[in-house]
Design a binder for this molecule. Structure first.
Ligand code: ATP
Length: 238
């Protein structure tokens, strides 16, 4: 029997991370399955970025385990698994003087993605007409969709999106998530960090709420509403 079908995409088991005195994450437990979209909610400083970094293998857990596709992301054997992750950091910036096509071509070389796939991806994110324009002429929404295309190069099995719609107006936000929905139809799992719920809720399967590095709640939105855990996050806007 194949182990692959049952191996979670990401699993954290009693995972903690501290920076000197700061407990950025404490006893986090998560199992993300194939095709699942997890919303990760919390105020600034709640530990969301730290969780992304642990999954990427950029930092090491202080306690507990981190696994991506069943392996420790810090281990040498994880090189293949790490290539299966697409990452859109918060406040991503591109070379303003390159065109959208040039930006994506540059990143595509790092991932051995063909020009044809680059062109197809630009179309999927709605940037075909703008691909020969310099990025400095792009709106915020267009930049974020270029960021999404960059994260999606090579069809990763896991996408990490950190606050992807901060500063976008409601229409650009909607367009961004519609693009995410279209891209994920290939079965990718997604972790979507946000400090607000509106605009995100219809795009996620489950949510984890972090505050002060602790996992306050985890479940589907209706489960969380029943536990009255959600207002914490909704009020995080103000
Ligand atoms: P934001 O949305 O502002 O990025 P976040 O939820 O992503 O917030 P983290 O960046 O993970 O939060 O930070 C969690 C806590 O860990 C914060 O108190 C932060 O100040 C602290 N922290 C993060 N990185 C370091 C570091 N390298 N050294 C010391 N403390 C850190």
């Amino acid at each position: 029997t194949s182990n692959k079908a049952t191996t979670p995409i990401v699993s954290l088991h009693n995972t903690s991370k501290h920076y000197q005195q700061v407990e950025a994450l404490k006893n986090i437990n998560l199992q993300l399955d194939a095709g699942e979209v997890l919303g990760l909610f919390g105020h600034n400083g709640a530990g969301k970025t730290t969780m992304m970094k642990l999954i990427l293998g950029v930092i090491e857990a202080s306690q507990g385990d981190v696994r991506i596709f069943g392996v420790d992301p810090q281990s040498k054997q994880a090189w293949h698994s790490r290539r299966q992750i697409g990452y859109l950091p918060e406040n991503v910036s591109f070379y303003d003087h390159l065109t959208g096509l040039e930006v994506l071509t540059y990143f595509s070389r790092l991932k051995s993605v063909s020009k044809q796939q680059v062109i197809a991806l630009l179309e999927q994110v709605g940037l075909t007409a703008a691909m020969k324009r310099k990025v400095k002429t792009y709106s915020k929404g267009m930049r974020q969709r270029l960021g999404l295309a960059q994260a999606f190069l090579g069809e990763p099995k896991l996408l990490l999106l950190d606050e992807p719609t901060v500063g976008l107006d409601p229409i650009a936000t909607k367009e961004f998530y519609q693009t995410v929905d279209a891209l994920k139809s290939n079965g990718a799992s997604i972790i979507l960090c946000s400090h607000i719920l509106p605009g995100v809720e219809q795009h996620i399967d489950r949510a984890m709420i972090l505050s002060g590095g602790k996992q306050r709640a985890m479940g589907t939105l209706s489960q969380l509403r029943e536990q009255a855990s959600l207002p914490v996050t909704i009020h995080a806007q103000g």
